[in-house]
Design a protein around this ligand. Sequence first.
Ligand code: SAH
Length: 254
Amino acid sequence: MTGWLRVVGLGPGDAAMQTPQATDALAAATDLIGYMTYLDRVPPRPGQARHASDNRVELDRARHALTLAAGGARVAVVSSGDAGVFAMASAVFEALEAGPPEWRTLDVQVVPGISAMFAAAARLGAPLGHDFCAISLSDNLKPWPVVLHRLTTVAAAGFTIALYNAASRARPWQLGAALDALRPILPGCTPIVFATAVSRPEEAITLATLADADPACADMRTLVLIGTAATRLIDRPGQRPWIYAPRSHPPAAP
Ligand code: SAH
């Protein structure tokens, strides 16, 4: 048997947002590897081995996957959203680069998925329609001063920001500190959106401004979107306003 490795993005939660290519890779795998919460989203198949692990052991998980594939297994490593956005694909390549030379000849493919920022943006309108960037607020893998420097630099440069890993029980203060760092840079009326568990039954979306944003609105399932001075809101009777970024800069008059 010839082994392979697929690094599969499962999308934001709703099964309808998982690509057919991802579904096919999961169905063809002999072994599934991933954080247990994500593995729970994959329906069990008879004869398929599932290796669930804690969220913090990404490199071990990647080495395990490569070792199994080198031994002939068909291995799917799963991530939520897109596998390459703050997710397992980088861990797999880090392990592969540092690993035995024969790993470089393995059949490895990254299967893309809908990242949380795209699922959240689609719910809101088109807030990522002009220049934007994605930042992970987690200081587990980079020092906090680097996080703050990147955040304030891109905000000053006019990027819309998709903030991943905005909060968790182990990182309760970082989002408040990040918003405080942005207040001298962006107008108080800058839209801030807390998009939690997008596409899942418990989805919740809260609109705020930089002046009044409450960091307690975010948990580990929340994507925080930070607009710019150019972000537009279109009011709608009885419904959440549409939010969009004009396509041109400076924006044409509405
Ligand atoms: N690879 C994933 C991101 C993993 S990092 C992707 O491309 O989406 C984990 C972070 O992603 C969470 O802390 C949260 O900020 C965000 N996230 C993941 N799923 C989400 C969802 N359904 N709704 C909102 N944010 C989500």
